[in-house]
Write a protein that binds this ligand. Structure first.
Ligand code: SF4
Length: 329
């Protein structure tokens, strides 16, 4: 297979559906968490994935990491199809993909000290002496702004921001090339958001690490992401270059999300778009455009026919019937 070395990971028509428990076994229903999503993430960039809770962001990320098996489609990481790998090959490749979690309180084992928590991936991998592990853990502690004195302290001795630093140190100790950051600052005090984001930025500059940054905070995504995708009910509504999407927002859903971001231009305030209703059930999503029940611009065609995700300008795609390019021929 020809490999574009610039692309570290890509999803090709990826779908993840979960069977609903109970009910009629002859008419099994499925939660369509992710449906036919194709995205590419370039080496060394930060890619933002945004959308409301329950839109499929975390399920998509888990499928990219091989934690969830896709119902359909493929994940290609470093040129290799994850599903086609043998378990041993997958385990080896998986070390290059790590994750930091939203909640630094529950993601660290309270009975382990920092040497055990941060060094655990090296212990699992094997082949290192205790001294090598300790030296590498100290190196990681210093990289994330902690010190050798913290080696034998426990998570309860640290603040939320420091615990997230510990989670980052653990995630990067094996030198991964791809890191999923799942809402890494949303559980933290606002005063430490910038510190954690700056730390991630510093690490990326030093190591060339690629980030998938999952967030519902569009202001943060604007400031740190090179590319982004907006998801709604398991589908991509708009994606591409972050600057282009913010300067020329095209999709009604993206416009509504952006209108809710705190406006600092008091002379020229943005019009707030209030979406009516809730996200429909992913068990029975609308037949046409998934956003049609809440869209202020919905037309007849929207309920009947699904718009295609089409490039409207270079590096900027949308799926919306307001643009004739997205309508089927
Ligand atoms: Fe709204 Fe129709 Fe565009 Fe969907 S396709 S976002 S319903 S205008």
């Amino acid at each position: 297979m020809e490999q574009n070395k610039d692309i570290i990971v890509k999803a090709e028509n990826l779908s993840v559906h979960f069977p609903v428990k109970g009910g009629n076994p002859f008419n099994r229903k499925y939660v369509k968490a992710v449906s036919d999503v194709s995205l590419e993430i370039h080496r060394g960039e930060t890619f933002g994935l945004v959308g409301e809770s329950g839109c499929g962001k975390s399920t998509f990320a888990n499928a990219l990491l091989g934690i969830l098996k896709p119902t359909d489609g493929k994940v290609i990481f470093e040129g290799q199809d994850l599903n086609a790998l043998k378990p041993k090959q997958f385990k080896e490749l998986r070390r290059n993909m790590q994750m930091i979690f939203q909640d630094p309180y529950s993601s660290l084992n309270p009975r382990f000290d920092l040497l055990e928590i941060i060094g655990e991936p090296m212990v699992i991998r094997g082949g290192y002496t205790p001294q090598e592990i300790e030296e590498r853990v100290v190196e990681m502690l210093e990289l994330v702004g902690l010190s050798r004195e913290d080696l034998h302290r426990y998570p309860s001795d640290f603040s939320g921001g420091q615990r997230q630093r510990i989670g980052i140190a653990r995630a990067i100790i094996l030198n991964p090339s791809f890191l999923v950051c799942d809402e890494p600052v949303s559980a933290l005090d606002v005063s430490v958001h910038a510190q954690i984001l700056n730390l991630l930025d510093d690490i990326q500059k030093k190591s060339g690490l690629t980030y998938l940054f999952i967030s519902h905070n569009l202001a943060v995504v604007k400031s740190i992401c090179d590319h982004m995708a907006v998801m709604y009910l398991g589908k991509v509504m708009e994606c591409g270059d972050t600057k282009k999407i913010y300067e020329n927002t095209l999709h009604p859903y993206t416009k509504a999300l952006l209108s809710a971001v705190l406006d600092i231009d008091v002379d020229n305030p943005r019009e707030r778009i209030i979406l009516q209703g809730d996200i429909p059930s992913p068990i029975n999503p609308p037949a046409g455009c998934r956003f049609c029940q809440r869209c202020p611009n919905a037309m007849d065609i929207c309920a009947k026919c699904e718009p295609k995700l089409v490039e409207i300008e270079p590096d900027h795609k949308i799926a919306c019937h307001l643009y004739k390019e997205c309508r089927p021929e």
